[in-house]
Design a protein around this ligand. Structure first.
Ligand code: MG
Length: 185
């Protein structure tokens, strides 16, 4: 009986630990411009990878959100390198935005799989423990980065306009899991 109770406790404990370590970002923020670069640097972060759609710019739009360009400049001044890591497949979509921010980029990242984050870290010359992933999607941007041991920051999607799978599957699941941070920002 006790063995069964212990097994149950272990399974429940593991479940919540997994929720905590995989499904929780370290920080949450309303948007990219609200993230404190100096505090990221103080956490030992040297490189930031940024999602594109609904993080830097509206879905399918070339117009970056207000404050993003200034934030990238501020991040560079804090000694952080930055790049875009997006699941979008079109270089024509990503290049003008990346060029306007003067940062490199990765397309077809296939987040939450590891490959795209690794390509991003290769561009930045950073290791998982000195890299942050910033994105609006818990189930792609954040869980993939958490599994690799990156520092993660979940921002609020700025628009309800996004790809159909995101609206029909990912956002409802996110609402179930919750968008809670591990640490106070
Ligand atoms: Mg996104």
């Amino acid at each position: 009986m006790r063995a069964r109770a212990n097994t149950y406790n272990t399974v429940v404990f593991q479940f919540f630990r997994t929720i905590h370590e995989v499904f929780r970002p370290h920080w949450t923020a309303p948007g990219v411009p609200d993230i404190d670069c100096a505090r990221l640097a103080a956490h030992g972060i040297r490189g930031v990878m940024l999602d594109l759609d609904n993080t830097l710019a509206p879905w399918r739009s070339p117009a970056i959100f207000p404050g993003v360009a200034a934030w990238i400049a501020q991040a560079k001044a804090c000694g952080l390198r930055a790049c875009i890591v997006t699941n979008a497949g079109s270089a024509a979509r990503v290049r003008p935005i990346a060029d306007s921010l003067a940062i490199p980029w990765v397309t077809r990242a296939l987040k939450p799989l590891a490959g795209g984050y690794r390509r991003g870290m290769a561009l930045l010359g950073t290791a998982p423990d000195s890299t942050a992933m910033i994105g609006d999607m818990l189930l792609t941007d954040i869980i993939g980065a958490n599994r690799l041991g990156l520092f993660t920051v979940l921002v609020e999607p700025k628009s309800a306009r996004e790809a159909l799978p995101a609206r029909l599957v990912q956002r409802p699941l996110e609402r179930l899991i919750g968008r809670k941070p591990r640490l106070a920002r």
